[in-house]
Design a protein around this ligand. Sequence first.
Ligand code: GLA
Length: 352
Amino acid sequence: MKIHSVLFACAVFLCNTGCSRAQDKPDGLKDYFRSCFPVGVAVAPSSVSGPQRELILQHFNSLTAENVMKPSPIHPEETVYSFQNADLISEFARKNGMKMRGHTLLWHKQSPAWLFKDANGNTATKELVLSRLKEHINTVVTRYKGTVYAWDVVNEAIDDGAEFYRQTDWYRICGPEYIAAAFRWAHEADPEAKLFYNDYNTENPAKRAKIIKMIRELLDSGVPIHGIGLQGHWKINYPSETDLRKSLDEYSKLGIDIQVTELDVSVYPSGHNDPNDDSFTPERENGQIEQYKMIFRTLRDYKNVITGVTFWNVSDQKSWLDNFPVPGRKDYPLLFDQDNKPKKVYYEVINL
Ligand code: GLA
């Protein structure tokens, strides 16, 4: 009896040390929101092998390719696909048990010129453009089947101004049916993948109404669309909590998933255009803290409909907002600083 008790105590001791080893890994952002939604980040292939590698593994459980899965980089010529860079990121996600979002199958930017030209250099016909779209979607989606669980199928098809649809080559040549076609072909290639419409300014009431109308019509005609991606390129003063909640309420009524797909919070309000006034002042830092706290409090309240939140870039070391939209202006839109260390806002967000 005694010997059994000793053996039992040893087993418990061994098990505890084994279990606690797993807990030795420091918690990251993803762990604080584990019961809410996956937390992702958009990366370049160099980030997953460079100095940000450990930071990415500690804080995020989902990846998006910042650029290399977009139409131009992945399909530069009609008969040439370039998968190498996208493969580096998808392999990293797979090996490390991370989710991966595919971004993006169709966009008016970063798309190759050949798509819209025929062999004589004239504008391609609708039939030709759509057949190329089908081939592109089938090839790319099939390749990442089983790794990419969600695709941004169509990016930014709705106009910001008076038009309903954005007046792009896609629209001018094909009319709006390219949108439904893209979703159907993506679904054919991978019936398991969650298919998203993705856009920015999704909290703007006029644009929101158009997006909702389009998605409702797609759903009513049986198009396989499973989610709306709110890019979340937000600012210190946009959106307001009221507009964000109203938007989440409205999009929820569609009965599809909601994800924030490209989150960052610029420290500048719109209208700030001075590249020489670009330091990370205490006022800017405090404003950003309040905005990020509002955003995560709100997203947490909607965790039943939100299936993912992805940051656009890892740290303030390098963000697409450096030099954009104001050339020469540095921005500080993320939770990690220029040395890849957590900012004060990081601690505020995890301690909400
Ligand atoms: C849009 C696109 C992203 C990215 C950002 C800016 O939001 O969806 O892929 O290009 O612009 O970097």
